[in-house]
Design a protein around this ligand. Sequence first.
Ligand code: GDD
Ligand code: MN
Length: 445
Amino acid sequence: MYARPLFVVVGIFRAFSSEAGSGSDPAAATDLPTPGRHQVDFATFSVSGHLVPEARLGMSGGCGYTLAIMNAVIKPGPETPSQAGLPELSVVVPTFNERDNVTVLYRRLEATLSGIAWEVVFVDDNSPDGTWEVVRGLARKDSRVRCVRRIGRRGLSGACIEGILASSGPYAAVIDADLQHDETQLPKMVALLRSGEAELVVGSRYIEGGSADSFNKQRAGASQLATEVARRVLKVEVADPMSGFFMIRRDRFEQLAPQLSTQGFKILLDVIATAQGKLRAVEIPYTFGSRQHGESKLDSMVALDFLGLVLAKLTHDVVSLRFLLFAMVGGTGLVVHLVTLFIALEIFKEPFAEAQAAGALVAMTSNFILNNFLTYRDQRLKGFAILRGLLLFYLVCGVGLLANVGVAFAVFDQEPIWWLAGLAGALMGVVWNYAMSGLFVWRKR
Ligand code: GDD
Ligand code: MN
């Protein structure tokens, strides 16, 4: 009941005491909100009709103004949002099985960001170790902490994108939960964005002053090879585009977000490649530390993710790695089919029809297993779901075969060129199988 008068008084106080943002603030220059910068604008009031005619109210001078402000405060329009305590920096932390790391990271953020209005969004893919429970516990004690718990999904890039889009600070940072990134660099990164010197700040291991000594030889080699490929093929200028540690202006990120891939690990590379040189980037060195608890989720399969991203960016998103993998698996299926057919005919002396059916069944099964481990490894079916998925896959491929033969016949009817008809049929089959498998077998929840 006292809330409204109190709100009015606070509003009047803020109206007369708020300060304008500093002239060099890039956020101010581009209409990005900065906490504490907003002013009550008398001109806006009169234009938008908030200024009450004093004669009608029978009040004099100053009182009229006061009432006008009260009116505006009681009915806050879009021009007068309450900005008290709004974060300037949103820190996004992707997590998967990081139970023992998140509290330490939170404390470190609290210590290092004491001069900045910040918030942290943990995006957890329903970690079996219950990381999200620990984060919820932190969030219950500190409203700057939030937890997005994603169910039925995996993927570092997707998690980062969702975290950034679920927050609103004018600057967004991405940092790993496992304390391998150096969070004490964050204030420096904010300063670079604030000054307008950069739109993207990259924590870099590969410029002077930075290092990745904690990498083993194999990992260091792979990382450097990928960096070289990215720099040459995608014309990326940054020294460490594989870094998982960066900060970006929200407005720039929101522009790029619809074109970013949610699959894979390489969100920074994706951001830089998608911006096509139109993002002012500055790198600052840091030392990639070693993991304290838990283990790395990067396996040798990330090489595939990397290839997929390079391919997608090179072809302007026409070719997706998933489709390519699916088609390649289909190619191996053909070999498996022929080998099985040969064995059934020559060794088991089966009649052709049975041998051919056996070939198809074995090929479909091996395709299913390969797709489950490669093409859809982020949505891998496990346990009982494997059997259900396999039966559905047989069904999808069965219908795909009908579509294949149907199209081949139709083409052959028009143009009796055997390889053209065969190719058209095979293409129809693989596109059908791909589309339907994605819908029914490895469907997103
Ligand atoms: N939500 C979510 N979903 N988080 C994930 C997933 C996932 O599928 N996979 C990994 N993470 C989280 C981890 O919990 C960790 O906080 C962070 O992402 C990095 O994962 P690590 O498994 O620790 O990766 P890394 O240390 O081997 O690799 C790091 O360094 C690379 C540079 O070589 C990452 O920062 C990479 O992004 C970076 O490219
Ligand atoms: Mn790590």
